[in-house]
Design a protein around this ligand. Sequence first.
Ligand code: FES
Length: 110
Amino acid sequence: MRYVVAAKVADVLPGQMKSFSAEGTKILIANVGGAFFAIQQKCPHMGANLCKGTLVGGVVTCPKHSASFDVESGEALEGPFILFRRLRTKKALTYPVKLEGDSVLIGLWQ
Ligand code: FES
């Protein structure tokens, strides 16, 4: 695994999300009360940009069909809501995060 600098700590305030792209992979960085997490930016359901959704606590909700994901585990907490029904969706990929100085680093599988 190789770690790359994804953001400055000060660029992602508590309760905020930021997009990061590395080697064709788009990743969402979330600051949850000072703890940083990284999860795939594309919704596992139909690929909407999760950065355009909402972050409440450690849960990001997709702007398209309201599926929600735990940013730490990637688990789908609620599936997409379509035609008055909740469907199922896959878990989102997560990435290891570490802090070095004022930088947020994300581990990429190589
Ligand atoms: S694209 Fe995210 S819930 Fe459908």
